[in-house]
Write a new protein. Structure first.
Length: 125
């Protein structure tokens, strides 16, 4: 199932880009790139597929589809594009500070680096 979701995401991204190029679509002048200061506040490039899209401390995007006991490099922001809650933890092994992320919620700053994550509610041990 994970492989199928990943393949679907790649096909969807490739199809969207190819279709836009084939149609000769271009950005209107009003949508031209903004000044560098304004770009910092722009939304981050997270694909809209079923899964958690996470950005690591080094700027890479990764998809979370199941529980991750150790995330390296750590995650700094995430978009939960699933119908279930996820719990993000400040330490490996689902320990330390935690932050629940509701279905379809995006978190731009957890307040800590995330070293583990799991679908489901954030219960206290």
């Amino acid at each position: 199932m994970r492989t199928l979701l990943r393949r679907a995401a790649v096909v969807l991204a490739a199809t969207t880009t190819t279709a836009a190029a084939a149609a000769g679509l271009a950005l209107p002048a009003s949508a031209a790139p903004a000044a560098p200061a304004a770009q910092a506040a722009a939304p981050w490039p997270c694909p809209r597929i079923i899964g958690v899209c996470a950005q690591t401390a080094d700027g890479a995007l990764r998809m979370l589809l199941h529980r991750e006991e150790y995330l390296a490099p750590p995650v700094v922001r995430a978009a939960n594009n699933t119908p279930e809650s996820w719990c993000f933890f400040a330490e490996p092994g689902f320990n330390g500070d935690r932050r629940a992320v509701a279905p379809w919620e995006t978190v731009l700053d957890f307040g800590f680096d995330v070293y583990s994550a799991s679908p489901g509610r954030c219960g206290r041990a």
